[in-house]
Design a binder for this molecule. Structure first.
Ligand code: SF4
Length: 237
């Protein structure tokens, strides 16, 4: 695989992080609290699949337990050609660059793209993620009518200063006793798509190149927007 959406978001945070993921992942340390957050995010994502009622999910595993990308790509292609109403984890590949879209909902002649995040407010890294997906989907011939975030709509544990504009654009949906907040970020995602189209092949080359390890000094990027899993490795050096 060339660049996945995870690779892309991580590579934008720090190119060395992307390179280490590809060539020396043994240095990675995922703190238990971060793993717990990732697991909670996956659970939230699974729950949100039924947000719009019945859905088809493309996730397929091979006998060895790994994802069967070829089967996922084929299923997604068929379902979109058939005009299915809701497709979850729809898989797309363009020049080996890959993404799975959390939710695609039929919207007129195209599909609205939804990215699910277990968070109370939109963040730039979520938009970056959507921009990458928009690029791959559109290159695969999908007419993307809108780009939206599905966030938590329940009461945050503490008062969070949400941007006023975000609240203005938010709509709330209740499903199975849970409240979701949907934020339309189409304009920002289009901008992010332009960035993705510029950086995608450069990051692909970096990921593939075995040596040398990128010479990047530790800095602010080690904690923002996400605490880096190679923090100990780089800071010890
Ligand atoms: S610790 Fe910092 S320099 Fe090292 S890979 Fe992570 S973000 Fe990059």
């Amino acid at each position: 695989m060339a660049v996945s959406k995870t690779d892309f978001v991580r590579g934008l945070q720090c190119e060395k992080m992307l390179w280490l993921d590809a060539h020396e992942p043994e240095h990675k340390i995922i703190p238990p609290e971060v793993q717990a957050r990732l697991d909670a995010g996956n659970e939230f994502g699974d729950k949100a699949m039924s947000l719009f009622g019945e859905f088809l999910e493309s996730t397929t595993f091979r006998d060895d337990g790994r994802l069967d990308f070829a089967a996922m790509l084929a299923k997604t292609k068929t379902w979109l050609e058939n005009g299915e109403n809701v497709v979850c984890e729809g898989a797309f590949s363009w020049y080996g660059n890959y993404c799975a879209a959390d939710i695609l909902k039929k919207d007129g002649a195209g599909y609205a793209l939804y990215e699910v995040k277990n968070a109370y407010a939109a963040r730039q890294e979520f938009i970056t993620d959507l921009g990458f997906q928009r690029l791959i989907l559109r290159k695969c011939g999908v007419y993307v009518t809108a780009s939206k975030l599905v966030l938590r709509g329940d009461e945050p544990p503490t008062e969070l200063p949400l941007p006023e504009t975000e609240n203005e654009r938010a709509e709330y949906l209740e499903k199975d006793g849970f409240r979701y907040k949907i934020v339309d970020v189409t304009a920002a995602a289009k901008q992010a798509e332009r960035v993705a189209s510029i950086r995608i092949f450069e990051l692909g080359k970096l990921k593939k190149k075995e040596t040398p390890q990128p010479d990047i000094a530790v800095g602010e990027q080690c904690l923002k927007p996400y605490a880096c899993w190679y923090y100990d490795y780089c800071h010890k050096k």
